[in-house]
Design a protein around this ligand. Structure first.
Ligand SMILES: Cc1ncc(C[n+]2csc(CCOP(=O)(O)OP(=O)(O)O)c2C)c(N)n1
Ligand SMILES: [Mg+2]
Length: 306
């Protein structure tokens, strides 16, 4: 049993951590693992988290190669030993309902524990179904769509003003681009020439209730971003090499940059790719769970015909 002093000391640590914006790592996270950011492994982590209890699986799956590239290719600067390292870059997941994709990476880095993964979305868990800022590695809370980009833009603006040489990445959904607040944040970023900002659009063509082009069409998206003074690129959002090259170009840009990553919602599991019900639906059927895990473990390329 832990002594009273140990408990008080650890609580003081937590208070200090909050004051200094340092996040406390799980106790068992003393030995640094070598992270496996392969898409297959990250999707496996997502399925473990979701199990039969959480939805938004398809929303996390379309993001997997994007987050894998950011971490594996070291496009994003981070310190595995300290998620709050002052020299780190910032990654803000504005489409916070895709949190499992990022939590899958944090688990690989040892920033989340086995207990965290297995209790995801359960009562009393530290990990809710959306992006939670108190989580080690999470920079913002996200879930109310359209807000995360404004926070990321504010951070990028602050860095630029103070001459701090750090990059800010923000991932938004294509449906999220329907939010008016997104366009206000873009206007501000373009006006202030925030070249330290890269926005990645997870362009999976769907949102919660249907196809984005039917709900509120974004076309012509390239013209819109360019007119807001952004450099604009597009690529296959499931191709790591393309993502890497385009993200490097975004970081080198002298303007704020946007990369539209064309993705498949539910990418990696064939029955999810064909049905937007997997936006919310939980994987309660054991046969479907088995099928999903088999496809993920076989490293099936999103969109590949069986
Ligand atoms: C302000 C706000 N309105 C509505 C919702 C409900 N909602 C959750 S996800 C979602 C669709 C988002 O679509 P998209 O950004 O394309 O993400 P995807 O699910 O395709 O990954 C909606 C409308 C929300 N979270 N926030
Ligand atoms: Mg979408």
């Amino acid at each position: 049993m832990r002594s009273v002093i140990a408990i008080i000391a650890s609580e003081l640590d937590i208070v200090k951590a909050i004051q200094e914006d340092i996040k406390v790592l799980p106790e068992e996270q003393t030995i640094m693992n070598s992270p496996d950011f392969s898409p297959s492994n990250l999707r496996k982590n997502v399925l473990r988290m979701a199990s039969d209890k959480a939805g938004h699986i398809a929303c996390a799956f379309s993001l997997i190669e994007i987050v894998s590239t950011l971490f594996e290719q070291k496009i994003l600067k981070y310190n595995q030993e300290n998620p709050s390292d002052p020299d780190r870059d910032i990654l803000a997941l504005s489409k916070g309902h895709g949190a499992m994709a990022l939590y899958a990476c944090f688990y690989e880095l040892g920033w989340l524990s086995d207990h965290d993964l297995d209790n995801y979305f359960l009562d009393g868990s530290e990990l809710f179904g959306l992006m939670e800022e108190h989580t080690p590695g999470a920079e913002i809370s996200g879930g109310s769509l359209g807000h995360g980009l404004a926070v990321a833009v504010g951070i990028a603006y602050g860095y630029k003003k103070k001459g701090i040489n750090k990059k800010v990445f923000c991932i938004v959904g294509d449906g999220e681009l329907n939010e008016g607040s997104i366009w206000e944040a873009l206007l501000f970023a373009g006006h202030h020439k925030l070249e330290n900002l890269t926005i990645i659009v997870d362009a999976n063509k769907y949102q919660a209730m249907g196809r984005t082009e039917e709900v509120l069409d974004l076309d012509p998206l390239g013209d819109k971003f360019r007119s807001f003074k952004f450099s604009y690129q597009e690529c296959n959002g499931h191709n790591v090499e393309e993502l890497k090259n385009n993200l490097i170009a975004c970081c080198d840009s002298k303007q704020p940059a946007v990369l539209v990553a064309r993705t498949i919602k539910g990418g990696g599991v064939d029955f999810m790719e064909q049905d937007n019900c997997w936006h919310y639906t939980r994987l309660t059927d054991p046969d479907l769970r088995k099928k999903a895990l088999e496809q993920v473990q076989s490293n099936r390329t999103p969109g590949e015909k069986q």
